[in-house]
Ligand binder design. Structure first.
Ligand code: CLF
Ligand code: SF4
Length: 500
């Protein structure tokens, strides 16, 4: 039997990066120089995030604006999930930490500064960190995330330090919308409130975006989706920032919990659910390359996206480490070469029919009624199905259809399994996991125990351990066809109709 993963046809909105984040062709339309810049950046390339890690250093405590979704005690919601930063670092400490992580996690390719306040409201600390790192660790890409208020005045300095990835959080291009998100900004020594504040912020963001793209810097725009406030408006934001040269748009869900003490949290502003987020991302995708794999990292996150190894690199632990960065550079180069060889091998296998035997999705195109299906995957990186169901802290969700396989986004869960074959012991957590998988037709893991298997089947989610170590997209496509052939998707449809 022949393997073939069919790409989303261009006439349906196009694959590019917009709707087919997991495709090998995601970057194919870009000039070589840009492909080179993003190919191992875990945030700018969905493919790369399976293989490479990032880290943040929390050197920037102050902020120059107030967002209604932020409480200063917590990480910047622009780039992080709420949670206090464990340690605020000086630039010297940040450099030491970065070198230690680079030596111990050779897949770490990107150092970002994303808070806990706004990096550009702390320009001395932020730029001192970048300056030292561009000298001492030239193989690490430097990345910064900002609300944009202070950006235009700092663009030239950022460019001098080789920072060619900048994220601007742009939640609106209309000051009336902005006035509902930002109660005030601190601008030219004065606190400015209301619509005027939003007007200044928007103008600075747009000017900064234009200046950066004019200098060839890759700009990603993050937007927080706030239902009833800017959700509809973000389609317009997407159009505007694309027209000004932004490379990628990352629409993230609002995180608003009362216990975080944010204005929105306390006021009961709701967050969007997974379906609403996906619908908006799809609507924006017609105009923009969309990022769908964001994990809303902490401002001191360390490791692969979705994992946090910060505890291994506290100041105390780093002090005790002996770091030979010259030797680490060699090891890093070896590891990166090995990863690239593996990626190339995966691409070759895909192009030549792949490792998983199944019939071509082409045959399904003639069946317009073929249903779409969401399939969740547990993985710990490498682009393959390689994690035990009970160990998964998150699932990557893919949509399979006659048009191919596309990445939809991650869904986070708590791990409930403490050993290899103990799945199902903590039923309440299993039930929570099942809730997170709501809407999925199946789930692929490297291994799964009988109790969760039965619990999943009972709610119409078909588990499988048959695709362990297979490349994710190929496995999803093969599993999708298995579900179709077995009538599972039709039965699901009927069950859903009955429930409705
Ligand atoms: Fe950090 Fe942001 Fe750079 Fe990435 S994170 S500064 S671009 S290195 Fe990435 Fe984390 Fe999402 Fe940010 S997953 S929150 S998009
Ligand atoms: Fe908080 Fe970041 Fe907004 Fe500043 S820019 S108020 S740190 S979310």
């Amino acid at each position: 039997m022949e393997l073939k993963v069919v790409e989303t046809p261009k006439e349906q909105g196009g694959c590019s990066a917009s709707s087919c984040g997991g495709s090998a062709d995601q970057l194919a339309h870009l000039p070589e120089a840009i492909r080179e810049k993003v190919k191992n950046h875990p945030c700018y390339s969905e493919q790369a995030h399976h293989h490479y890690a990032r880290m943040h250093v929390a050197v920037a405590p102050a902020c120059n604006i107030q967002c209604h979704y932020c409480n200063r005690k917590y990480d910047c919601a622009n780039e992080s999930r709420p949670g206090v930063v464990s340690e605020l670092l000086t630039p010297e400490q940040a450099v030491k930490k970065t070198l230690a992580v680079a030596a111990n996690i050779p897949q770490m390719t990107v150092l970002g500064i994303a808070g806990p306040g706004d990096p550009l409201a702390n320009p001395e600390r932020t730029l001192a960190t970048f300056r030292a790192l561009s000298e001492q660790a030239p193989d690490i890409k430097l990345c910064v995330s900002t609300n944009g208020l202070a950006l235009p005045e700092l663009v030239d300095e950022l460019c001098q330090h080789n920072i060619d990835h900048v994220t601007i959080t742009i939640n609106c291009v209309d000051p009336d919308v902005g006035a509902k998100i930002y109660p005030w900004i601190f601008w030219q020594g004065r606190r400015i409130r209301g619509r005027k504040a939003a007007e200044i912020l928007i103008a600075q963001q747009q000017k900064g975006l234009e200046m950066l793209t004019a200098r060839g810097v890759l700009v990603k725009v993050n937007s927080v989706m706030i239902p009833g406030v800017n959700d509809e408006h973000l389609k317009e934001v997407s159009k505007v920032v694309k027209a000004k040269g932004a490379f990628l748009h990352n629409v993230m869900p609002l995180i608003a919990e009362a216990e975080h003490g944010t204005f929105y949290g306390v006021m009961g502003q709701r967050s969007p659910d997974a379906a609403e987020l996906q619908a908006l991302q799809d609507a924006c995708a017609g105009d923009m390359n969309m990022m769908r794999h964001c994990r809303q990292c902490r401002a001191d996150a360390v490791g692969m996206l979705g994992e946090d190894r910060g505890d291994e690199f506290t100041l105390e632990k780093i002090e005790a480490m002996e770091i030979d960065y010259a030797a680490a550079m060699e090891r890093r180069a070896e590891v990166h070469a090995r990863i690239e060889a593996e990626r190339a091998e995966q691409e070759r296998a895909k192009a030549s029919g792949g490792n998983v035997a199944f019939v071509s999705l082409d045959s399904l195109r003639a069946r317009p009624q073929t249903p779409k299906a969401l399939i969740a995957v547990s993985t710990q990186g490498g682009g393959v199905v390689n994690q035990h169901f009970g160990h998964a802290r998150e699932f990557l969700v893919y949509e399979a259809s006659a048009n191919g396989v596309r990445f939809i986004g991650p869904r986070r869960v708590d791990a409930y399994c403490s050993g290899d074959d103990t799945c199902g012991e903590a039923e309440t957590t299993l039930q929570r996991t099942i809730k997170v998988l709501e809407g999925c037709a199946g789930v692929l893991s490297a291994k799964i125990g009988l109790p969760p298997w039965e619990a999943l089947e009972a709610v119409g989610i078909q588990p499988s351990g048959e695709y362990a170590w297979e490349p994710i997209e190929e496995a999803v496509a093969a599993f999708y066809q298995e579900l179709l052939k077995g009538g599972h998707l039709d039965q699901r449809d009927e069950r859903t109709r009955e429930v409705a």
